[in-house]
Design a protein. Sequence first.
Length: 197
Amino acid sequence: MKPLFIVLSAPSGAGKTTLCDLLLQHYPEICYSVSCTTREPRLNEEDGVDYYFLSQARFEQLIKEDCFLEYAQVHDNYYGTLKEPVYQAIAENQCVLLDIDVVGAAKIRKHVQALPPGDPLREGFVDIFISPPSLQELAARLKRRATDAPEVIEKRVRNAKDELSHVAEYMFQVTNDDLETAFRRICDIINVKAEMV
């Protein structure tokens, strides 16, 4: 498989984490892009596995040095994707999987479009939006998860409505009405794109 730079976005509760896990199990040549953050590690989180945990000063230094494909400040903490590990993985013939929100995906897309023809990130770029079958089904899934308070679920559904308005910006859209079917659709996209690179 030719190295791809795969970006997946989805509203919370659409099944993106499960689909990412399935891709990593199914394709040994796909590695997960670990983001950087300035927030404190949570219990059981490992540096370099869950995130690269950086000080604010270090993160801001990396911004000045133009080391990020994209970054954002969320609730007083920075989050970002470093260029170097992504390019390194692609140079080693690995595909890179990035799980990111619609704002981050738009920044990545803009960065990739500005790259010169022949750049491996531009050549292997593919972005996929995973949609729930409906907002009602999304709300039902979030309730079944039983991890959030009702007002948090309401907020996530409102956010999902906004995120769904960005679907047309993506190369591909997959509706996760059935996990196995959605996974097969994503595999088909990846396999076809890998042949085209």
